[in-house]
Design a protein around this ligand. Structure first.
Ligand code: PXL
Length: 286
């Protein structure tokens, strides 16, 4: 048996609300990956719909944690970044990637910064530019439609989208990273929703479209990106991984709809972990 694959997840901890590290750690661990983390901030809740949340910034701890790992020769098969609280943190993440990766390490950046056409209000106007710089270090980026336009410095366009527009975005986005793009929130009509994938190296383009489920549940982007990385690390192609992540995210939303109506509380990804493991069984742990 070969050694276990090791991932470093770099996100905040929102202590309530099921997103960022409280999603990434259990999902990646369930996939059989050793999952380490650098918490970038500790919040009482996420920022999507709660007022008065606490925010303990951990910017000063990020580089020392990475330096200690490097000093101890701890290597990583993947580095996965999500919500980062400031331009300074995106700059620091560039240094972290420099420190703890080698040629074999897969870097996935989820450029968490907006939804529904708007930059999250916690971010300054120069944040998208900083995130774009970080994306240059990424093998895979996972923007939603809002983040795609922000990364490209373009005005947001609402859907439904023309296929030519999605193709144009995929190509442009592949140019700001190392070539692999999973664009989420893609739709061509009101009945379906999904992701478009593109690998600039192979030229391969694909769609993972599913029947749309109503409701904008918080944290679904993190459930999607975490399960996408889990599938990629288990050896699935980008296209297959995008489909597995879509199925897992939809299942989690559907379970939530039956039980909990507060859209801020996140989705029930936990009950569906056994099914995610089944979906991943066809993959390879090595
Ligand atoms: O799910 C993304 C996310 C992560 N962390 C924090 C957030 C959000 C989205 O709003 O507020 C703190």
């Amino acid at each position: 048996m070969q050694r276990q694959k090791r991932v470093a997840a770099v996100h905040d901890i929102s202590c309530f609300g099921k997103c960022s590290l409280t999603v990434a750690l259990p999902v990646l661990s369930a996939a059989g990956l050793e999952t380490c983390c650098i918490p970038t901030a500790v919040l009482s809740t996420h920022t999507g719909g709660f007022s008065g949340y606490t925010y303990r910034d951990l910017t000063e701890d990020i580089l020392p944690i990475a330096a200690h790992w490097k000093d101890q020769n701890i290597g990583f098969d993947a580095v996965y970044t999500g919500f980062l609280g400031s331009v300074e943190q995106t700059d620091i993440l560039e240094q972290v990637i420099e420190q703890i990766t080698d040629k074999e390490t897969l870097v996935m950046v989820d450029p968490v910064m907006g939804d529904n056409g708007a930059l999250y209000t916690v971010f300054s106007d120069n944040f998208p530019e900083a995130m774009r710089k970080l994306c240059a270090r990424a093998d895979i980026i996972v923007p939603n439609m809002t983040e795609a336009y922000l990364l490209l410095g373009e005005t947001y366009r609402p859907g439904p989208y023309a296929e030519a527009e999605i193709d144009r975005l995929l190509l442009a986005l592949s140019g700001i990273c190392r070539g692999q793009v999973v664009l989420t929130g893609v739709y061509f009509d009101e009945e379906t929703l999904g992701a478009a994938t593109f690998d600039a190296q192979t030229g391969q383009k694909a769609l993972a479209m599913r029947k749309r489920v109503a409701g904008m549940y918080h944290g679904t982007g993190d459930v999607y990106a975490s399960s996408l990385l889990a599938a990629v690390m288990r050896g699935f192609s980008l296209e297959e991984a995008a489909g597995i992540a879509a199925d897992y995210t939809i299942m989690s939303i559907e379970t939530t709809k039956k039980m909990d109506k507060d859209l801020r509380y996140g989705v029930n990804f936990e009950y569906n972990i056994p099914t995610l493991i089944e979906l991943l069984e066809k993959g390879n742990l090595q």
